[in-house]
Design a protein around this ligand. Structure first.
Ligand SMILES: Nc1ncnc2c1ncn2[C@@H]1O[C@H](COP(=O)(O)OP(=O)(O)O)[C@@H](O)[C@H]1O
Ligand SMILES: [Mg+2]
Length: 145
């Protein structure tokens, strides 16, 4: 059994573009201080940033839970929001329902969920339309590549 060494939760507010990215950057700082492999940090930060942005762009409220164990890094992003009707479609590269305004800010290329999946050693997404979405991802400490 993996031993949990550190746990931190972050509250994310929908539409709060000013603070968008702060969670991912805090997680990056923590992992750098611990001295985690750069590849592992990269995978984790991509996942955290994309999931955090999805809460900001599409949901009303969310929580990012970051857990560091002696074997892996676990991220769970749970939100209250519209949910996702068709998860396979949402996971398709290039598919996005982002508004023009979001695209002008440089978001909404439809690569967030595909990149979360690619960067994770384990990935799961569950969503209930009208209720919310939960994304879980694990990055192993020994499998950077
Ligand atoms: N947390 C979420 N809540 C509701 N819908 C979401 C959420 N995350 C993603 N989606 C939906 O899935 C689509 C694809 O997401 P993603 O791959 O991150 O691309 P992008 O964020 O660039 O649109 C989004 O456009 C949106 O329709
Ligand atoms: Mg996205």
């Amino acid at each position: 059994m993996a031993e949990e060494l550190l746990r931190k939760s972050y509250q994310i507010h929908g539409r709060d573009f000013d603070k968008a990215g702060e969670t991912a950057s805090d997680i990056k700082d923590i992992l750098k201080k611990i001295g985690v492999d750069a590849g592992v940090i990269h995978h984790t930060v991509v996942i955290a940033f994309e999931a955090e942005m999805n809460v900001v762009m599409y949901a009303s409220e969310g929580t990012v839970t970051f857990v560091f164990t002696d074997e892996d890094i676990r991220l769970e992003i749970a939100d209250e929001g519209p949910g996702i009707e068709d998860i396979d479609l949402a996971l398709t590269e290039g598919y996005s329902t982002a508004t023009d305004q979001m695209r002008e800010m440089g978001f909404g290329f439809g690569m967030g969920l595909p990149n979360i999946r690619k960067n994770a050693d384990e990935f799961n997404i569950e969503s209930e339309p009208g209720v919310g979405t939960k994304v879980s991802a694990v990055v192993r400490l020994d499998a950077s590549a």
